[in-house]
Ligand binder design. Structure first.
Ligand code: ATP
Ligand code: MG
Length: 402
């Protein structure tokens, strides 16, 4: 089905002087999202994009996952004559009733072009009257099965009945980049996706404890990154060997503080990698109260080793909400594969839940922290995660809590 698709975006319209740059980024990202459909043509109109594609049904879910997109509608365009608009409305209503097995409709007409002789209310009643005569359906203005939207614009009228919700947010690439701390768990990939949704392009860092952690657990992390890359294009992943640091801490640090100290090393290493790559922020999947290292006191003690802002998109979510989103964006099935993470090695039975700055500094005074950080940096391998072409990704629809 060849067709015309209208893409609406929200917030980027509010960005004043940056608007052209935001729109250009969104256009590039739409072109990228449609790279598998040759012949797609993207035209910028006032406050939206009009896309002509040879295969609208295939294009809609691809467009509906682009960050910054608020809504995607397949439209019929009609010349600016009432009779032709009514005919297009009848066609759209027919299709809509068949798809929803519905019986009722309403018309929602808007006259953006003030030269057009009929006002919006007049259009509603004229088109509604035509549809009642020509289509076997009743009007229901409160809960219609199908709403026929009509937009009278400068050169044509657009008629459509359905809009697929996009993720909203900002076009990827407009807000610099961030360094995602990716584990193999459920949370961090979701945190990465939400950061991308605010326009942040990702680089990632993963800490492994080979040979205590397996090749399969390393592959799991790369599989997750390939899902995220399907939303953004290639992502650089820094794979850091944390083994030596973990063994040293196991042998020399107070047991209850192991996790706090290990995480302080992770954040120090992340800080170095971020600065070396001109990345201005760190992103994590941390969430208040989930585990001992995520009390507010633990977060404070861990956070204090870096002055970079730490973005925690999930900080206040419930686990069930994170899981729902993980399923929607296509990372959940990989996240629940049962491969070990370096954080679960050498875990103390009774970790401190309220570490203080004094406690951690005293413990670190006896350790060569800088040496451990340097060792990690020297045992880092950079790999590129490329987009997974077959993943089942977000196809549009609500992002949160439904
Ligand atoms: P997740 O589900 O993302 O693993 P979690 O609930 O298991 O999170 P933690 O293990 O305390 O929580 O990790 C908190 C955050 O620290 C993670 O969301 C991630 O950003 C980061 N992190 C944890 N382990 C690693 C790792 N091995 N490599 C890189 N970052 C990590
Ligand atoms: Mg984890």
């Amino acid at each position: 089905m060849s067709g015309l698709i209208i893409v609406k975006y929200g917030e980027i319209g509010l960005k004043g002087g940056n608007r052209p740059a935001f729109e250009a980024a969104l256009q590039r990202n739409l072109e990228w999202a449609l790279r598998s459909i040759p012949g797609a043509q993207i035209k910028r109109e006032r406050g939206r994009f009009a896309i002509t594609v040879p295969d609208a049904a295939r294009a809609v879910p691809l467009i509906a996952r682009v960050f910054g997109v608020v809504g995607v509608s397949v439209v019929t365009s009609a010349p600016l004559e009432l009779e032709r608009i009514c005919q297009a409305a009848a066609e759209v209503l027919h299709t809509g009733l068949a798809e929803t097995q519905g019986k009722t409709f309403k018309v929602d007409a808007r006259r953006a072009n003030k030269q057009f002789p009929l006002t919006s209310p007049q259009l509603n009643s004229q088109i509604g009257g035509y549809l009642l005569e020509h289509v076997a359906a009743k009007v229901d203005v409160h809960q219609p099965d199908v709403t026929v939207f009509v937009e009278v614009r400068d050169e044509v009228a657009y008629v459509y009945s359905a809009t697929v919700k996009g993720p909203g947010g900002l076009p990827l690439g407009v807000t610099s980049n961030g360094l995602l701390l990716i584990s193999g768990g459920i949370d961090s990939p979701v945190a990465g996706w939400l950061a991308m949704r605010r326009g942040i392009a990702l680089e990632a860092v993963h800490f492994h404890a080979a040979p205590y952690t397996s090749d399969r657990s390393r592959q799991k992390v790369l599989d997750l990154m390939e899902i995220l890359a399907a939303y953004s294009g290639d992502i650089k992943v820094h794979m850091v060997e944390l083994t030596q640091a973990q063994l040293t801490l196991r042998d020399k640090a107070p047991k209850p503080l192991l996790i706090t100290l290990m995480r302080r090393i992770m954040f120090r290493v992340a800080d170095h990698i971020a600065r070396a790559n001109s990345i201005p922020a760190i992103i994590t999947g941390e969430n208040v109260g989930q585990v001992a290292s995520q009390t507010l006191q633990s977060m404070a003690a861990i956070n204090s080793v870096t002055t970079l802002p730490i973005i925690r998109p999930l900080v206040t979510f419930d686990k069930s909400e994170i899981i729902a989103l993980a399923k929607r964006i296509g990372t959940y099935e990989i996240s629940i594969e049962p491969y070990e993470d370096c954080c679960t090695l050498f875990v103390p039975k009774h970790p401190v839940t309220h570490p203080t700055q004094v406690m951690v500094e005293e413990a670190e005074a006896n350790l060569d922290i800088e040496g451990m950080v340097q060792y990690c940096l020297e045992h880092t391998e950079v790999v590129t995660a490329t987009p997974n072409p077959t993943a089942s990704l977000y196809r549009g629809g609500p992002v949160f809590f439904t």
